[in-house]
Design a protein around this ligand. Structure first.
Ligand code: NAX
Length: 332
C-alpha cells in the first residue's frame, strides 16, 4: 500500500466538513489504496466541537485513515499537505453586506495562502469551497507564489451536479446519462449553467441535449435560473445552506483532479483564467476541463453564441469587481 498523504480540511468543525470527512476516510476520493492523514483546521473556539469530530473519525474504524490532527494553527495543518479542501470561511450574518463578507474572507485566504506557501508540498492541490470561492482561490494563490497557479481551484462542481440532475429529471433519464453540462464563471448567481454542448445517452444513441429537450426558452430561461438560485432554495427550505451535496461535490472535484476524467467527459472547475474564450486573465473563472496525470486542460473551441457571450461577460465582470474589492481590502 502507498505511503499516507496529508490531506487538510479547513472549517473542519462545520457542516460541509462533517459530510466530507467520511468520504475522505473511506477512500472514495483518493482511492481505496491511498491511506491518508487528516489535518483538521478550525478556529480556537471550535476546538471542543472538533474533538467530537475526531472521536467520530476514530469510531469509523477505517484502515485508510491513519493520523488525525485537529488544530487551530495553519502551520501545523498545512505541513507537507498533498491536498487541501479550504472549506472554512466566515458565514454571512444578518445585515452583513456582500462587501463585508468578502473583506472578512479574503483575509482568511491570505493567511492560508501564506501558510500553504511556507509549509505545503509544492504540488499541493487546493480546492476552495468557502465563499466567495473563486476570489478566495485567487487571493490564496497570490499569497502562495512558490506554488503553481494551476494548483488552486474553486468549486463549481455542486452547480454542475445540480445542472446535470435537473437535465436528467427533465429528460426522464438516469443522471449518469447526461454529460458535459458546463458551469461558466463565478460560483454566484451570475454563473452561466450551459447545456448547449451537453449530451444525453438515450436507448437510441447519444443526442445533443438541446435537441432532446427541444425547448430553447426553457434551457435559456427556467433552467439557468433554477441552477443559479438552487443554493438559496435549499437555504429557504432547510434553514441551512447545502452541506451534504456540497461535500459530495467537493469529493467529486478532488477525485477527478486526482484520478482524471473519463475519455470524452468534461467537468467544470474554477481555475485561473489563461484568456480562453476571451475571459480576462487573472481571475478564477469556471471553465469546462479535462484532467489527465493531475493536470487539467481547458476544453477549447466550443462555439459561443451571442446569448452565451453576454452571460460569460457578465459573470467575468463580477469576478473583476470582486478582485478589485479584495485588492482594496488587502492593501489597507
Ligand atoms: P459552517 O459555518 O457550518 O462551517 C464553517 C466552519 O469554518 C466553522 O466551523 C468555522 O469555525 C470555520 N472557520 C471559520 N473561519 C475559519 C478559519 N479562519 N480557519 C479555519 N476554519 C474557519 O459552514 P459550511 O456550511 O460548512 O460552509 C462552509 C463554506 O462553504 C461557506 O463559506 C459556504 O458559503 C461555502 N459553500 C460553498 C459552496 C460552493 O459550491 N463553492 C456550496 C456550499 C456552501 O454554501
Amino acid at each position: 500500500m502507498a505511503e499516507p498523504i496529508n490531506v487538510v480540511v479547513t472549517g473542519a468543525a462545520g457542516q460541509i466538513a462533517y459530510s466530507l470527512l467520511y468520504q475522505l476516510a473511506a477512500g472514495s476520493v483518493f482511492g481505496p489504496e491511498q491511506p491518508i492523514n487528516l489535518r483538521l483546521l478550525d478556529i480556537p473556539p471550535m476546538m471542543e466541537v472538533l474533538q467530537g469530530v475526531v472521536m467520530e473519525l476514530d469510531d469509523l474504524a477505517l484502515n485508510l485513515l491513519r493520523e488525525v490532527t485537529p488544530t487551530a494553527d495553519p502551520a501545523v495543518a498545512f505541513k507537507d499537505a498533498a491536498a487541501a479542501f479550504l472549506v472554512g470561511a466566515m458565514p454571512r450574518k444578518q445585515g452583513m453586506e456582500r462587501k463585508d463578507l468578502l473583506s472578512a474572507n479574503v483575509k482568511i485566504f491570505k493567511v492560508q495562502g501564506e501558510a500553504l506557501d511556507k509549509f505545503a508540498r509544492k504540488d499541493v492541490k487546493v480546492l476552495v469551497v468557502g465563499n466567495p470561492a473563486n476570489t478566495n482561490a485567487l487571493i490564496c494563490s497570490h499569497y502562495a507564489p512558490s506554488i503553481p497557479k494551476e494548483n488552486f481551484t474553486a468549486m463549481t462542481r455542486l452547480d454542475q451536479n445540480r445542472a446535470q440532475a435537473a437535465l436528467a429529471a427533465r429528460l426522464s433519464v438516469q443522471v449518469d446519462r447526461v454529460q458535459n453540462v458546463i458551469i461558466w464563471g463565478n460560483h454566484s448567481s451570475t454563473q452561466y449553467p450551459d447545456a448547449h454542448h451537453a449530451l444525453v445517452h438515450l436507448p437510441t444513441g447519444a443526442k445533443p441535449v438541446p435537441e432532446a429537450v427541444n425547448d430553447d426558452a426553457w434551457l435559456n430561461g427556467e433552467f439557468v435560473e433554477k441552477i443559479q438560485k438552487r443554493g438559496a432554495a435549499v437555504i429557504a427550505a432547510r434553514k441551512m445552506s447545502s452541506a451534504m451535496s456540497a461535500a459530495k461535490a467537493a469529493g467529486d472535484h478532488m477525485r477527478d483532479w486526482w484520478i482524471g476524467t473519463r475519455p470524452g467527459k468534461w467537468v467544470s472547475m474554477g481555475v485561473v483564467s489563461d484568456g480562453s474564450y476571451g475571459i480576462p486573465k487573472d481571475i478564477v473563472f469556471s471553465f469546462p476541463v479535462t484532467i489527465k496525470d493531475h493536470q487539467f486542460k481547458i476544453v477549447q473551441g466550443l462555439p459561443i453564441n451571442e446569448f452565451a457571450r453576454a452571460k460569460l461577460n457578465a459573470t467575468a465582470k463580477e469576478l473583476e469587481e470582486e478582485r478589485a474589492e479584495a485588492n482594496s481590502v488587502l492593501e489597507q
